[in-house]
Each structure stands twice: as C-alpha cells, then as structure tokens.
Design a protein around this ligand. Structure first.
Ligand SMILES: [Zn+2]
Length: 584
C-alpha cells in the first residue's frame, strides 16, 4: 500500500481545546525502534532521538532562576539561593560542595552549528534538490534533515514540504522513519487533524508499530474525540511489552481530561501492579481533578497516593505541593488549612506547632534494619570481594569481646580529610577530641598505618591507641561493612564517622522499606566533620532530629517537597514543607 501525500490535509488546524495538558517541549524522549521501510532490505535498527529531558528543563529553569538570584545578590542582598543546607543531607548541599570544587573549570563552549541552515519556510522540490546537492552524505539527506527538524521543532509546513518532495520522487511513498518523525512534530505542535491523518495512514499501512510510534499516537490522540482509540493502542502495546510510565501518564491524564475517572484509576492500579513508579505529574493530575469534590472514596485514594510517596521516599515538586494544598483546602465542609513552612531544628512545625516524626528508629525498626543489613550487606553481600571470611570472623570476635562503642571512626577516610596534612596527626586530633568526651571509640584502620613513615608516625599512633580501640584490617579490605557491623552491633545510640555516603550498600538492600529505614538510620547516625583546616577545633555537621518523610496524624499532614530553585541530589532531603491541618 502506498502513502499519497495529498492524503494529509495541507494546513494545520488548531487543537480543539486550549487546556491541553500533555506534551510539552521539555519532557519528550523519542526512542524509536525504526524499520527501514523502503522495501529493499527490511533491516531493523535502534535509534534514539533525545530532545531536552525533564531533568534538563529543570536544570535550565534552575539556571534562569539562579541567574535571577545571582543578580539579586549583586544588588546587595545577602539572601541564599537555597534554604537551610547546613546538614549533610540537606537539598542543595552537594551542589554547593561541587560548585566550590569546580569554580576554576573552563567555561563550556557552545556546540558547533550545522553546516546546512534549516529552512524556515516550505521549499519546493527544486529547492530541496539543490539543498541535497550541498550535503555530503547524500544517501542520508532526507533522514538527516527531518531529524534536525525534530531537534529544532521546525514548523509543520516546512516538514511537510520535505515529505511532499520525498513522495514525488518515490511514487507517492513516504517511508516509516520520515512518517514517525513527522508525527513527532505534529504531536509537539498539538495539531489534532494532522495526527489523525498520520494515524489513519499508519493504521492502514502497518499491522503493528514499534513503541515510539505507539507512544506518539497515544499522546496525540488522547486529547481528541478519538481518545478511546488511544486506549486500544495501549492494549496493542501491552501485547509486546510493559508500557512505560509516560505511556500510562498520557492515558491517565487523557482519561481525566475526558472526565472518565474510572478508566484513570484502573490504569493507575495497573501501572502499580507492574511495579512501575508513576510520574509525579500523574499523581498531581489526580489531585487537580479532585478539587472541590466531596467524595470519600476519591479522598481515600488520594490519601493512599500520599502514603505511596511516604513509603517510596518520594517528594512532590513545588507545583504538585500547591495542587495538594489546593485540594485539601477545597474539600467541602472539612476546613483544612495549608501553609508552606520550614521545620525548626527541634522538629517542631512552625505552622501548626506539632512535632514531626523523629529521625530515631523505634527499637522494632532498628532490629528489623540490623537484621537485614547483617544478612544482605555483611553476610550475604559482595564484601568478600574486598575482604575474606576469615578476616570478617576475626573482626566479629574482636567486637564481641568489647563493650558497646559510642562512635565508630572510618580511620583512613578521616585521616585523608586534609590532603596536605600528616594523616596520623589529623586522626589523632579527631580521636583525642572524642576521647575527651568520655566516649567509647572504635577506629577502623589498615595494617599499613602501623608502618612508621612520613604520613604515619609511630608516636602518634601509640597515643591514639591509648584513647580508643583499634582494629587493623588487611590493606586490601573495604571498610564500610566493618563500619556498619560495628555500629549496628553496638546499638541504636552508636554513631559513625565517615564522608562515604554508602550508596552501594543501600542499593544491596532488598526493598523500598528497608532502603528507607537504612537512609533514615544513616541520617540519624552518620557524623561528618566540617572543620576547615587541620589545626581547627573539631566540629561536626548537625544531625537532623526529625525524619524528612510524608506523614500524617489524621487531622494533620506534613509533606516535604522540592523547591524549584534547589537542585537536590538523590541522597539529599528537601528542606521545605507543606503543613496541612484541620481546624477542629
Ligand atoms: Zn504543621
């Protein structure tokens, strides 16, 4: 079957609705499994076009916002870009650390421009022929030019003139590659009638499409009168693969747009059943939809979404937090009041005066976590690659016959804190500081520390050994499993000192609950030294007294959320909160 170009209506029409919720220029990944449909060889190839991702947009918004902030700073204000970032896990703290380290790097140069300038208005066949002549890899020209158009979001009429030119040369046939890329532009520019036309052509011509085309068609059709056909496409896609969270997002948002709330919830349940973490936009859409609604069942489902955030340690962004607030305040007859606040060091909410959940683990949580770490990280983990069972046994015996420790120190990590200072001297300062407070200290070291040299002085090592217990592991051993073992074995009061963030170990843990507990435990037990130079008084970064997680008491909710202006690393926690409480 052939594709006649005249089949596509010549001029794009505007979308029927202005309140289109879906595709934005920013969050689109087009990852296409394209077939060569020119007929000679039916070769398949993977190929991916990546336009600006959500992350990148966020980064871009951040840049713009930061530029504004820095301008303000220049104007004499002393305000900081991020809120409180005085503890190690505060959102933005890592970014700040990296900025300090990278300030001397050379500026990034803008990318080199393409040799051929993309046309800004439609060309006729002769003009396209001429442009192709100027292009080196002539065989690839059509694909190359349409790809550039996708990347720069060219207007539809220009893209269409490429298709018209190709069609004239090929008896009216336009190949799959070009068609899908044209479809991308139609969806990007939200041109309903064009999308439907391409959809009709593809439906007639191909029995099955690849996931990239399904994704585009679903997204494009969802906001038309033929949106239920998008759901049929989802069914088709499910026959070959599990749809992506973006596919579900498109369909759920489309169903809500067309007021079919049952379809939306069913798709949401289906998504969760595949263990897919939904997009925050999907969750936000349910809150937006529920505004002003008095429906207990619907409310319960939204509460479950909030608990899902809690259990998976997810944080809404600023606009999602606003949607949550708006929804609560809109529930008829319930009198909720929301405020955006920060939490005091003591854990007290400045909005309602309640104290948020403590960072300290209950004894039940502690025993649960201890058992998991002992089993999955220490006994069953991959630590044997870095140490031997004999060495681990030796260490376990060592710990067994000593009183519980108050602090466990990663000796090598601490000693290397100041690259220019003598390692044994740095470590001695820290150990003496702790010993003066009558703390039972364990220092984990390596055997090489006992060999006198310019970095490790015997006299300093001897002084330390009088003030603390030492365990010297083989030089090849990794310290983390020993550190975790000794700290957990000593009990819930015991802290540990290292700059290591233990992300590898968190990854070894089997499920979201254990990972969450581990992170909670880590935040409450890890001490980091913030002293600026070797001789300075030893000071530690503040440990948060409260847990940064979505929580409720029934008549209140506290929801940490991500500030749009702060770039948070995955192991950091937000510093901004939404406090919701009900007047009773
Ligand atoms: Zn509060």
């Amino acid at each position: 079957m052939t594709f006649y170009f005249t089949g596509i209506r010549s001029f794009p029409k505007l979308w029927k609705s202005n309140s289109y919720l879906g595709l934005s220029s920013s969050n689109f990944y087009l990852s296409l499994f394209l077939k060569d449909c020119y007929g000679i060889r039916n070769q398949e190839k993977w190929f991916s076009v990546k336009t600006m991702s959500a992350q990148n947009t966020k980064a871009m918004n951040l840049l713009i916002a930061k530029a504004r902030c820095f301008r303000k700073l220049d104007e004499g204000s002393n305000k900081q870009v991020s809120a409180d970032s005085s503890h190690m896990f505060a959102a933005g703290a890592a970014k700040k650390r990296s900025q300090v380290n990278s300030s001397s790097k050379a500026p990034v140069l803008p990318p080199v421009k393409n040799i051929i300038q993309l046309p800004t208005k439609p060309l006729n066949s002769e003009e396209w022929d001429k442009l192709k002549e100027e292009f080196k890899e002539k065989a690839n020209f059509e694909n190359w030019i349409i790809l550039q158009m996708v990347k720069s979001h060219s207007s539809l009429d220009v893209a269409k003139s490429v298709l018209a030119w190709v069609a004239t040369k090929n008896n009216g046939i336009v190949g799959y590659d070009l068609l899908v890329k044209y479809l991308y532009l139609c969806v990007f520019h939200k041109q309903t009638s064009e999308i439907i036309d391409v959809y009709e052509i593809m439906k007639a011509r191909y029995k099955r499409l690849e996931s990239g085309a399904y994704t585009l068609l679903m997204r494009g059709l969802m906001y038309t009168d033929r949106w239920r056909e998008a759901l049929l496409l989802l069914e088709d896609l499910k026959k070959v693969m599990i749809p992506s969270k973006k596919n579900y997002d498109d369909c759920i948002q489309g169903a809500l747009f067309h007021q079919d709330v049952n379809v939306a919830w069913n798709l949401y349940q289906e998504l969760l059943s595949h263990d897919i973490v939904p997009m925050l936009e999907t969750l936000k859409a349910f809150f937006d939809f529920g505004k002003d609604m008095k429906d207990d069942q619907y409310s319960n489902k939204l509460h479950n979404i909030l608990l899902y955030l809690r259990n998976n340690q997810l944080y809404p962004g600023e606009s999602f937090a606003h949607s949550i607030k708006t929804w609560f305040e809109s529930i008829p007859g319930e009198q909720w009041k929301g405020q955006f606040i920060t939490i005091q060091q003591s854990g007290q909410c400045l909005g309602c005066g309640k104290t948020v959940e403590s960072i300290h683990l209950s004894s039940q949580e502690y025993e649960f976590l201890k058992e998991k770490i002992m089993r999955d990280v220490i006994d069953g983990g991959d630590q044997y690659k870095k140490t031997t069972p004999q060495e681990l046994k030796r260490f376990q015996n060592f710990v067994k016959y000593r009183p519980p420790f108050d602090v466990v120190v990663d000796g090598l990590n601490v000693a290397k804190m100041f690259p220019k200072a003598r390692e044994s001297q740095v470590l001695l300062n820290v150990v003496s500081h702790l010993a003066k407070q009558n703390l039972q200290v364990l220092v984990l070291g390596r055997k090489h520390m006992l060999t006198q040299n310019s970095r490790w002085r015997r006299v300093e090592m001897e002084k330390m050994q009088k003030q603390a217990s030492f365990f010297f592991a083989d030089n090849i051993s990794e310290d983390d499993p020993f550190l975790l073992y000794a700290t957990l074995h000593s009990g819930n009061h015991c802290k540990f000192i290292t700059k290591d963030l233990m992300r590898d170990h968190k990854a070894c843990l089997p499920d979201a609950k254990t990972q969450r507990l581990f992170f909670k435990w880590q935040q409450g037990h890890q001490l980091a030294i913030v002293s600026k130079h070797p001789g300075a008084k030893i000071t530690f970064q503040r440990i948060l007294s409260y847990d940064t997680v979505v929580q409720t008491t029934g008549d209140s909710w506290h929801i940490p959320y991500d500030d749009d202006l702060v770039e948070r690393y995955s192991y950091e926690v937000p510093t901004k909160w939404l406090c919701l409480h009900r007047k009773t």
